[in-house]
Design a binder for this molecule. Structure first.
Ligand SMILES: [Zn+2]
Length: 466
């Protein structure tokens, strides 16, 4: 494939039988457009990069990053791999807007599609524009350039972020369709959860595909050639706090993907997602979020090790949006003790709620299960608040959307840990982009999330649309 292959907006749109487009295209100029930074002037590389590794901490705002960094220090682990990158020669950093076509607060589908096809689309859609066009996702482009392709996530592999690099669907919850597209579009390695979207009838249509269902099988099949699908849970993979040894960690999956993809002579494009930092933040589960972020950072370390002194690989590490904006809000010594308290957590809120359902479902069982998972004993006043919120569904917070059981539990635990959350939802915060390697040289300091798509195309030697 020629490196001067031109690629302009009309030629990369394929309708895929999903509906006619154009008529609805003339949208009102949105107030968001006026705020957008101009498109950077990417230089199409004459010597294209061999590999692109795109890493996403889903839902990670600077609050989540900071808390994970502090927990590392508390445990004597030193600064994170991501932070170390900031002091590496040649690194570029940007602050990035995260909005979607229809609002300031994006979801993962619209944010991922901004990277996957370079367009702002509405929340809930995957590479499917408001005027019903289906631009080619970047892994399809990469495959057409002769590259191997990969997706790794702790979420269902059919979830919005991995889908945003491979699929075109009008609604992100069409995950059976996403599974079909992922296989039809011949992703070379896809590792994560989501087994329920890959029924035997679907797998039977792809007889040359290896399927790994445990950590042992993944290790064994990493040595094989051919396409590999790893499905390690029916739904999402477990949080790092809950993960059994039989399930690979994000770092295990990352190493396996790199070991296989590095055999591709023409290089690869790989997305790696820490998918559940977002889920824990939605739940206002501080410990669950922090330990998944630390595991994401271990995967960053594995990638940095793999890159070593290679000069042919572009690495981008970022987040799609912030979720729930957690922060440590206890001063002085009380704040320092927070990490001692949180480091005793052995389970996520997901585990606590699932485990509670196996009990007689009384407030006493709930409180006991919370203590088993967090090592925190709620006070009598806190137990009464929890009972009113979770059992009597009374509103106890002045902010309406903050009245769910999980957020109430998160707020009560904040009395012990000092880590409070803003809401159960995503926020409009800007996010960090760290990029290093060939193709990252002209990253400006402030960008829009759609700008990373032409940056990747230019790195691959493809003329990027403006
Ligand atoms: Zn989310």
């Amino acid at each position: 494939m020629s490196s001067t292959h031109t690629h302009h907006p009309l030629s990369r749109r394929h309708l895929l039988g999903l509906g006619a487009g154009g008529a609805l295209a003339a949208a009102m100029p949105s107030p968001l457009q006026a705020q957008r930074p101009p498109a950077p002037n990417w230089q199409t590389r004459k010597k294209p990069v061999k590999n692109i590794i795109f890493m996403v901490s889903d839902g990670m705002g600077m609050g989540a990053f900071t808390l994970a960094e502090m927990m590392r220090q508390h445990k004597g682990l030193g600064e994170s791999h991501w932070r170390k990158l900031w002091n590496t020669e040649g690194v570029r950093r940007a602050t990035c807007m995260t909005h979607s076509a229809d609002g300031w607060v994006t979801d993962s589908a619209a944010a991922g599609s901004a990277w996957g096809c370079g367009e702002h689309i509405n929340n809930g859609a995957v590479n499917f524009t408001p005027d019903e066009l289906t631009p080619e996702p970047i892994l399809v482009t990469a495959k057409n350039l002769g590259k191997a392709t990969g997706l790794v996530s702790t979420a269902r592999i059919t979830h919005a972020t991995p889908a945003s690099f491979i699929a075109n669907v009008p609604k992100r919850d069409l995950e059976d369709d996403i599974a079909t597209q992922l296989l039809d579009r011949k992703v070379d390695i896809a590792l994560g959860g989501g087994a329920k979207h890959f029924p035997d009838e679907l797998l039977a249509k792809h007889p040359n595909l290896y399927v790994a269902r445990s950590r042992d099988e993944l290790n064994r099949l990493t040595l094989s050639n051919g396409r590999l699908l790893g499905l390690f849970n029916k739904g999402h993979c477990h949080y790092e706090l809950d993960r059994p040894d039989t399930m690979p960690s994000l770092t295990d999956m990352t190493r396996s993907a790199l070991a296989r993809l590095e055999r591709a002579d023409s290089g690869f494009v790989l997305q790696i997602e820490g998918g559940r930092i977002d889920h824990a933040a939605h739940d206002n589960d501080a410990a669950g979020m922090i330990f998944d972020q630390i595991e994401f950072d271990e995967a960053v370390g594995a990638v940095v090790d793999w890159i070593g002194d290679r000069d042919d690989t572009l690495l981008i590490v970022t987040a799609d949006h912030a979720t729930a904006n957690p922060g440590l809000t206890f001063y002085a010594k009380t704040g320092k003790r927070s990490f001692n308290t949180m480091s005793k957590a052995s389970r996520s809120f997901e585990w606590i709620f699932d485990e509670y359902k196996k009990t007689d479902r009384t407030i006493d069982s709930f409180v006991a299960t919370i203590e088993r998972g967090t090592s925190i004993r709620l006070s009598d006043t806190e137990i009464d608040t929890l009972r009113r919120a979770a059992f009597e569904k009374q509103p106890i917070d002045a902010f309406d959307i903050a009245n769910g059981s999980a957020m109430t539990l998160g707020a009560l635990l904040a009395n012990h840990t000092g880590v409070a959350f803003l809401s159960p939802n995503h926020t409009a915060d800007f996010v960090e982009v760290t990029a290093i390697g060939p193709g990252s040289e002209s990253l400006p300091g402030f960008i829009d999330n759609i700008h990373l798509y032409p940056m990747m195309l230019a790195a691959l030697g493809v003329n990027a649309p403006n």
